[in-house]
Ligand binder design. Structure first.
Ligand code: ZN
Ligand code: ZN
Length: 416
């Protein structure tokens, strides 16, 4: 079999990977990087079938293009299908607002929705000379690793975490000959998760007790729910705003993909939902804790709440997600400012944020040690590391185990 990346091999983002076997071509992921401007993988050829691991845009963002152009069938879990629809629609809307060319239109999104074939963990499909099956990947509800059984067994992890987070159980190793694994946290270790959660809870208490508002900017998918689960036992006036509310409902619609339906329902009950402009006024006036999009402060309701507390030293902005270079979240951490523009034509100007700012690592990706333990337990002969800005630290650790490592770049074909 041959592997060729269309993107996302040596970068976190814009994924796309072709697998050729016995005359068939399969595509794993077809995403985009939602940067300014957005970036895309190389154009995909027509393929026999496409497979999607989870709903993040760097994995699914270009599936509408593929389906609109070639009418391709796409395999994913039901929860991934639900959330992917919401995210690609949102990304099309954002492209319009930011004035970038749209890579696809509404008709292409409808083609994608028509062309999804849902599969769940443990089910098997015969395609391209493989028995294809899905395993839980941790990371997000419904996130899947694909196992391809042919003459050799190959596993493609997508994004993964082995840690049992509050929202979703961690991934278990799958024995294989070839392991194609993500390396977002290559060379890096997370701090102790329980300790981080404890520190976050204590900080929220401290902020509220001193009379401030704790603002927790979160990505809608996964992080909003994880933070709500962490804070759910606090007895404060807590609100949730942004697309995360819709994701809560989509996840509760398919409870078999979450760790605890009971816990997520309890968390949802503890938070007031901002559904109307009046609700938002109420939240701005009364809330002690606000969980809201956007996670990198580049848009969404968080900017309204931040504007309210920016000169209040009693309040705090508690970040937990990855803050990409050039984002407001990154500017806030590095320089204590965010860049705002009232209209699209206006040049962004910095606004100083004088409330407390803290960052917590609650990543949904396995770190170097967790990846290495997972790789050992899969007992592969060959490992391909992908989805990483810096693959070498993990590659070196894997080589020391006596396992062959391949680090193909986009467009480079490798034979397995
Ligand atoms: Zn992801
Ligand atoms: Zn990803």
């Amino acid at each position: 079999m041959k592997i060729k990346f269309l993107g996302g091999a040596d970068v976190v983002g814009r994924m796309g990977m072709l697998v050729q076997n016995k005359g068939a071509t399969l595509l794993f992921e077809y995403g985009m990087t939602a940067s300014k401007p957005p970036t895309y993988p190389l154009a995909a050829p027509p393929v026999d079938m496409a497979f999607l691991t989870h709903s993040h845009l760097d994995h699914c963002g270009m599936m509408p293009w593929l389906c609109g152009k070639y009418d391709t069938e796409v395999v994913a879990t039901p929860t991934t299908v639900d959330v992917a629809e919401l995210l690609v629609r949102d990304s099309l809307k954002i492209a319009g607002l930011e004035g970038y060319p749209k890579p696809y239109d509404e008709a292409d999104i409808l083609a994608m929705m028509r062309n999804f074939t849902t599969m769940t963990y443990g089910e098997i499909m015969d395609v391209g000379g493989f028995e294809v099956s899905l395993h839980p990947a941790g990371h997000l509800p419904g996130a899947a690793m694909y196992e391809l059984k042919g003459e050799q067994t190959t596993v493609f992890t997508g994004d993964m975490h082995t840690y049992n987070m509050r929202l979703v159980w961690g991934a278990h190793p799958v024995q294989c000959d070839n392991l194609i694994i993500e390396g977002t946290y290559s060379g890096r270790l997370h701090p102790d998760r329980q300790k981080t959660e404890y520190e976050l809870i204590e900080k929220v208490k401290e902020v509220v007790e001193r009379g401030g508002t704790a603002i927790l900017p979160c990505f809608a998918v996964g992080r909003t729910q994880e933070i709500m689960l962490i804070l759910k036992d606090l007895k404060y006036n807590m609100w949730v705003d942004g697309m995360g509310k819709t994701i809560n409902r989509l996840y509760l619609d398919r409870p078999e993909y979450i760790r605890s339906e009971k816990a997520l329902k309890a968390a949802k009950r503890r938070f007031n939902e901002v559904r109307t402009p009046q609700d938002r006024q109420k939240a701005r006036r009364d809330a002690q804790v606000i969980v809201t999009t956007g996670g990198m402060l580049d848009g969404g309701p968080v900017l309204t709440y931040l504007d309210d507390v920016k000169n209040d030293p009693k309040s705090a902005v508690l970040l937990s997600g990855y803050q990409v270079d050039g984002s407001n979240g990154k500017a806030l951490l590095d320089e204590g400012v965010i860049n705002v523009q009232a209209t699209k034509e206006e040049i962004p100007h910095p606004v100083r944020i004088k409330c407390e700012v803290k960052k917590y690592d609650l990543s949904a990706h396995a770190d170097q040690a967790e990846l290495l333990a997972f790789i050992r337990a899969c007992k592969p002969e060959k490992v391909i590391i992908m989805h990483s800005d810096d693959r070498e630290p993990l590659a070196e650790a894997v080589r020391q185990e006596g396992i062959k490592v391949l680090l193909p770049k986009a467009e480079e074909e490798v034979e397995l």
